[in-house]
Design a protein around this ligand. Structure first.
Ligand code: AHR
Length: 497
């Protein structure tokens, strides 16, 4: 057992944590949309107008704030008109990236219906790769135009009079790769063209430009992408957020070694580098306007997730603790990070749930979103941590670094403080003295996500192997003394006395 100190300044609140940091991503890929969200005509899956009820309830519970759709790589070959109107008349098409048929049963109006059921904002990524600015502007008109036009009439007849009111629009996806292999300068020209017409059509929309993670891409051609894009795109009025994607992989999804476990958590150092670089760049190139950073795809991508199995993979306690540590990092960068969308909502990569016909179980990662939900809209607090460290060589960096064993973030909303702690070591229980500066802790509702090993996971037969357990905690002498077990994630909801 080792010792640590966590100091939280309740009287030094900083930026508001954008609720969209707790966002999600659902692509037409494998079983994410079809079966995972859309039950369609399958009579054995309880649904409301085709949308699975169990998935709606699960996303409701975590108050999912936003879902990005329809891709991913799929977005840059998706033609939205294929997915509207009577389903029988929609053309079946081919999903070339994920090598599957696309029945087009789930389109714009079904996505809106799903978002309404979840209670979240829709975030649409438009097709730059094989589409046109005209097609994108018409999609926006179909969704948002409240006046009379052929397209708004079509929406009224398919989905009712009320405009869908889609606020968030991404201009292409990974346009340095599957989105058309543009150079940053060429993509900047496309961005300006698409964004000029979309902002003119609806000035209330938020437009998200495609960036690139300098730490993720080993290809030196992409390291400068964000810089070159911003330089070639001086029109701050056109851009509201820049996106980056980060995927992580260290060893087998379940049978990873202890050193692979630690290497994975050390990779968060390189994620932090991405955030720092983007923060500086956006501040430099757009000094007179706040442009947010949207990490609109991220998560673990294990070797078992391949195109042939629709990118399905295991989801252990390690993945959940990692998600908690990454979300803690996004909270601490709330002054710049405006959105994050874990990939992907159901059945794909680091999903929140798995389905099999009418059955569904929640992954350990899901519970982290549940435990962190009160951070949404709260203000992040100043903190100081003294704790043991572990060593690791982060991806994209040239040497070994020391990383703190505990990843922490804290926020305040009214008289409630939420502290979330990931113990990033696989084998070290850490006793910490948690001190709130500027206030006294009153009642505490604590929960911990832990298990005998970090390799444990939930299954259809044992869906609650990893499930948050309540903690009994009392402050003593103004402090909270608590042992954070190895490979665990803890939430402490503290009422101020
Ligand atoms: O999430 C799977 C894929 O990963 C997305 O389609 C793409 O944007 C990324 O490369």
């Amino acid at each position: 057992m080792s010792g640590a100190r966590i100091r939280i300044w309740t009287d030094l609140p900083k930026a508001t944590i954008n609720p969209n940091i707790y966002g999600h991503f659902a692509e037409h890929l494998g079983r994410c949309i079809y079966e995972g969200i859309w039950a369609g005509r399958r009579s054995d899956i309880p649904d409301e107008d085709g949308i699975r009820l169990d998935v709606l309830a699960a996303l409701n519970q975590v108050r999912a704030p936003i879902v990005r759709w329809p891709g991913g790589c799929f977005a840059d070959m998706y033609h939205w008109r294929d997915g509207i109107g009577p389903r029988k008349q929609r053309p079946p098409t081919v999903n070339i990236w994920w090598r599957q048929g696309e029945p087009n049963e789930f389109g714009t109006d079904e996505f809106m219906q799903f978002c309404r059921g979840v209670g979240c904002e829709p975030y649409i990524c438009v097709n730059v790769g094989t589409g046109s600015a005209q097609e994108a502007v018409e999609w926006l008109e179909y969704c948002n135009h409240g006046g009379d036009s052929a397209l708004s009439r079509a929406r009224v007849s398919h989905a009712g009079a009320k405009p869908h009111g889609v606020k968030y629009w991404g201009i292409g996806n990974e346009n340095w790769g599957c989105g058309g292999r543009f150079t940053a300068a060429d993509y900047a020209k496309e961005f300006v063209r698409f964004a000029s017409f979309m902002k003119a059509a609806d000035p209330t929309v938020q437009l998200i430009g495609c960036g690139c993670s300098p730490m993720d891409c080993q290809n030196p051609a992409f390291v400068a992408w964000n810089h070159e894009f911003c330089q070639a795109m001086p029109h701050a009025d056109l851009i509201d957020q820049l996106s980056i994607h980060r995927y992580f992989s260290r060893g087998h999804g379940v049978n990873f070694s202890d050193s692979e476990y630690h290497a994975l958590f050390a990779d968060l150092i390189s994620l932090e580098r991405d955030l720092q670089q983007a923060d500086q760049l956006l501040g430099y190139f757009y000094p007179d306007k706040f442009v947010g950073l949207a990490v609109d795809e991220w998560g673990l991508w294990h070797p078992s997730a391949v195109v042939e199995n629709g990118l399905e993979q295991e989801n252990t306690l390690r993945d959940a603790v990692f998600a908690g540590a990454a979300l803690n990092l996004f909270n601490r960068y709330a002054h710049r990070v405006t959105m994050s969308n874990i990939a992907q909502t159901i059945n794909v990569l680091q999903s929140l749930a798995f389905t099999d016909g009418p059955r569904m179980f929640l992954t350990p990662t899901y519970h982290v979103y549940d435990m962190m939900r009160y951070h949404m809209g709260a203000r992040v607090l100043t903190q100081e941590i003294e704790c043991p460290e572990f060593e690791g060589h982060p991806v994209g960096l040239r040497r070994t670094f020391s990383a703190p064993a505990l990843s922490v973030s804290a926020s305040i909303s009214g008289s409630k403080v939420l502290v979330t702690v990931a113990n990033q070591t696989i084998n070290l229980d850490i006793e910490a003295r948690l001190e709130l500066r500027g206030a006294k802790p009153g009642g505490i509702v604590g929960r911990v996500l832990n298990s005998a090993t970090a390799r444990d996971l939930n299954t259809f037969d044992a869906p609650k192997t990893i499930f948050p357990k309540r903690l009994k905690l009392e402050p003593s002498g103004g402090e909270i003394v608590h042992t954070f077990p190895a490979h665990s994630f803890t939430s402490l909801n503290i009422s101020l006395a």
